[in-house]
Design a protein around this ligand. Sequence first.
Ligand code: C2E
Ligand code: MG
Ligand code: MG
Ligand code: MG
Length: 294
Amino acid sequence: RAKAQGKGRHVLFEASMEAEVLDRLELEADLLRAVERHEIAVHYQPVIALDGETLAGFEVLARWNHPTRGLVPPPHFIPLAEDNGSIVALGRQVLRTACAQAVRWIDAFPSEERRIMSVNLSGRQLEDPGIVADVAGALADSGLPADALVLEITETVLMQDTEATIERLSALKALGVRLAVDDFGTGYSSLRYLRRFPIDILKMAKPFVDGLVDADDPDGRALARAIVDLAASLNLSCIAEGIEVGAQAEALRALGCGMGQGFHFARPMAPGDLEALLGDAGAARTFRTPAWLG
Ligand code: C2E
Ligand code: MG
Ligand code: MG
Ligand code: MG
């Protein structure tokens, strides 16, 4: 009897594994098709200069609206795109769209300071020898000044610390773009790579921002301060990620963190929605100007 039961369980287990594998294969095929058809959309999240709360720029974030499953979050589809290689084409589309959008917003909402457009690059894109030509092409075709473009690379990718990565990053840097370490502080790595790579910006990962207002975490403030001070002493800019409440923004500003982004200021938004917000605020008649729109 026990044997029969065991076998039944085994069959059940196999069936659910098979369903999972099929599901993943189907999603992967759908993703390939969506990339081929240029169906991956993008949202933009404002990046805010914390001192004065003015608009410093945007981060572009990929969005996949699956025809039957609805919105698939990036942490689900980006790894699939990395596995099947479609991240290279997807990343190129996001990059070109973001550069063209940045030029239109620079013209429509002029400011004295140069605003940044920040684009996430996956490790897989960095391994692709075509990446330097892709970035150069996106800049040339859009007319975006190179120093307005920030390329974000996660700390875990930088930790791999290979000669090829250094060469690739140096070639990108030579185009005049700026390089950011995304999710800084989550990799528990040695900090050696900060000296090896031509980095300009540290993006403080959300857990450190959360720790700022966590009463149960007395060391939270010290860790955030250490990251801000590290950035300053290496002459890097610091952008805090995932600011959800005003007290975090205030604490970061007090620590000397230059920029931040998060739901407290604005969520990632479709370009039309963001434009409406910026436009209404600019007209400043029926709409109270958000503090961050300088
Ligand atoms: P990331 O680059 O660290 O982007 C920040 C993520 O935090 C975004 O999630 C954003 O929506 C979210 N976020 C922003 N403010 C807040 C906040 O106040 N609270 C909370 N809880 N979350 C906040 P999203 O859009 O789901 O993207 C997740 C990750 O997927 C990104 O993390 C990035 O690593 C990756 N990703 C997104 N778009 C692309 C892309 O075009 N290319 C590549 N290679 N990766 C991408
Ligand atoms: Mg990012
Ligand atoms: Mg991040
Ligand atoms: Mg991330």
